[in-house]
Write a protein that binds this ligand. Structure first.
Ligand SMILES: C[S@@+](CC[C@H](N)C(=O)[O-])C[C@H]1O[C@@H](n2cnc3c(N)ncnc32)[C@H](O)[C@@H]1O
Length: 301
């Protein structure tokens, strides 16, 4: 009887066998893990180590199911054969997009207290009679960072605004987060901590089914351009920028990529321009070319 039962459950195609096969197939082998890490590095500059194995497993399992594939090996083959087509989808799945409005608020306080007053004093109008202010949020995620910059600038320039031509470029490699930033619609709890005055001035509360969301004011949208840009690739814009935000992105890159990027950020900054890094980031050897003027704030001489 036991023998008979064993035979029955061992029949090929039996549901139990299929489950066992699927579980075996969904193992992430060392070779596949190494291939995926290399692919991530080549396409994004992001360095994945063993501590990211769980995260990678979770995020890619979802894609593998959606693609109706059976294993990581199949997915690696798809990346080998159709990497170009799959790249965007893959990148969107593996990037970490954590952000918030006025994250690391000391940077926005520095814009208000130092950067904008200095620009007001020193900038002269161009041939159109306007003073130019250019800021780049270079890993903008879902848009909270460029919108926080825009709010800070509009608040600081207030009376002067008509004399200024303000433009903020917001870029990221991930097309999903850019779409969210462009839409400018957020859960109301994302702005919970903001002063009431800013909420009232720059966000419109939804109604009916959208009562739990807010939409950013068109005055903010009108000065921000969202564009997809991989920091490892060519940068098509000319600059120069008065300030560049490069926060909480280089932490994912290796030292070599970081140093290459710092050299390129340096070139993109106007003399006296500022580079803002994330809380756990530093310029390493590139520090000698900038002066450190605040917490993770660096000025090009
Ligand atoms: C943790 S978020 C940081 C968002 C924001 N700067 C902040 O500090 O709140 C990192 C962002 O970097 C982007 N990113 C990662 N690799 C990139 C690359 N090679 N080029 C451009 N953006 C990249 C990710 O898509 C993600 O949205």
């Amino acid at each position: 009887m036991t023998e008979l039962r064993r035979k029955r459950t061992n029949r090929p195609g039996h549901p139990q066998d299929r489950r066992v096969n699927r579980e075996q197939a969904m193992k992430l082998s060392e070779d596949d893990f190494k291939f995926i890490c290399k692919f991530v590095y080549k396409t994004t500059g992001i360095v994945l180590n063993d501590s990211k194995r769980e995260m990678l497993y979770r995020r890619l399992t979802r894609i593998i199911r959606e693609r109706k594939l059976n294993s990581f090996t199949d997915y690696c083959q798809l990346l080998r054969d159709h990497g170009e087509q799959e790249k965007d989808f893959f990148i969107n799945a593996i990037t970490t997009n954590l952000t918030s409005f006025f994250r690391e608020n000391h940077h926005f306080e520095y814009l208000t207290s130092e950067v904008i007053p200095t620009l007001i004093k020193n900038k002269t109008a161009n041939i159109n009679g306007k003073k130019q202010l250019r800021v780049w949020s270079s890993a903008c995620s879902t848009g909270e960072e460029p919108y926080s910059i825009a709010i800070t600038i509009l608040e600081a320039l207030k009376k002067e605004l008509a004399q200024w031509d303000v433009k903020i470029l917001a870029t990221d490699i991930d097309s999903n987060v850019l779409a969210k930033g462009k839409a400018g619609i957020y859960d109301v709890n994302r702005i919970e901590e903001l002063p009431l005055k800013l909420k009232k001035s720059y966000f419109l509360q939804g109604s009916g089914q959208s009562s739990e969301s807010v939409k950013v004011h068109k005055d903010l949208k009108s000065i921000i351009t969202f564009k997809q840009l991989n920091l490892l690739h060519d940068w098509p814009m000319k600059g120069p920028f008065d300030a560049i935000f490069c926060r909480n992105v280089i932490i994912y890159f290796d030292k070599k990529t970081q140093q290459e990027l710092f050299a390129r950020y340096y070139e993109m900054l106007a003399p006296g321009g500022l580079l803002f890094l994330g809380h756990s980031e530093n310029l390493g050897n590139y520090q000698q070319y900038f002066s450190n003027v605040g917490r993770t704030i660096f000025r090009k001489p």
